[in-house]
Design a binder for this molecule. Structure first.
Ligand SMILES: Nc1ncnc2c1ncn2[C@@H]1O[C@H](COP(=O)(O)OP(=O)(O)O)[C@@H](O)[C@H]1O
Ligand SMILES: [Mg+2]
Length: 219
């Protein structure tokens, strides 16, 4: 589904490349962890996959089409969904309105379908009362579930997450990882998670380690 071909990236000078000649393929129906030391370039790789930055070398191809052909704006709107460590919800809104807004902005096939949005939030453990109060009233674990429900309401087949369990306790971490597995396996999406937590990587179907400017399959 998503192919990285001979990807390279550096911030200042090519000699200081974080990684180069990276060839990776990601498929729907599977979850992938990307692990590696802090500062190795995991977030940078994810920003390329999310269409937030352009690679300095190589091509990214989605279903046979170059990202540059699709256009990064359209790609970010329709093709990829991002889950952040700090949730990135609209803090002045309720969970329900966060979902409805995302569905409208991305022109989801479920756009305007309040019943569907409620169903997703209910599935992820929110009560009817919690859905309509300000999101900031929720715990971190609950806010991350809202961010995941937001992804589930949108059509993007590619889901990327940067340290999505970084602010969560052990119990919430396990639950959130299970939700990502559900998104990959039951909704047939491609989930790519950057993490420094071995437990999270172990729960994913595949795991790549970024070390010495290269990615190696660990699992
Ligand atoms: N916008 C930037 N400009 C310059 N250097 C950056 C920028 N963002 C990250 N870096 C550097 O690139 C390296 C990799 O960063 P990052 O991709 O965030 O690593 P990781 O997510 O693995 O911790 C780090 O040394 C970081 O300081
Ligand atoms: Mg990072």
């Amino acid at each position: 589904m998503l192919e990285l071909k001979q990807i390279g990236y550096w911030y200042d000078r090519e000699e200081n490349s974080l990684f180069k000649n990276v060839d990776l393929t990601f498929e729907t129906g599977h979850s992938y962890a990307i692990v590696g030391q802090s500062g190795s370039g995991k977030t940078t790789l994810l920003s390329l996959i999310a269409g937030l930055e352009k690679p300095k070398a190589g091509e990214i191809i989605l279903n046979g089409q170059l990202l540059s052909q699709i256009g990064l704006t359209k790609y970010r709107q329709k093709k990829v969904s991002i889950v952040f460590q700090s949730y990135n919800l609209l803090t002045y809104m309720s969970p329900l309105n966060n979902l409805l807004t995302a569905m409208a902005v991305t022109k989801s096939t479920h756009e305007g379908d309040k019943t569907y949005a409620r169903e997703m939030l209910r599935k992820l453990g929110l009560t009817d009362e919690q859905m309509t109060k300000n999101v900031q009233r929720l715990s971190g674990g609950q806010q991350q579930r809202v961010a995941i429900a937001r992804t589930m309401c949108c059509d993007a087949k590619l889901v990327v997450a940067d340290e999505p369990t970084g602010n969560l306790d052990e119990e919430n971490t396990q639950e959130v990882i299970q939700l990502f597995q559900t998104i990959a396996h039951e909704q047939d999406r491609c989930v790519i998670i950057v993490t420094h937590e071995p437990d999270v990587a172990a729960a994913c179907d595949y795991s790549y380690r970024l070390a010495h400017h290269e990615f190696a399959l660990e699992k």
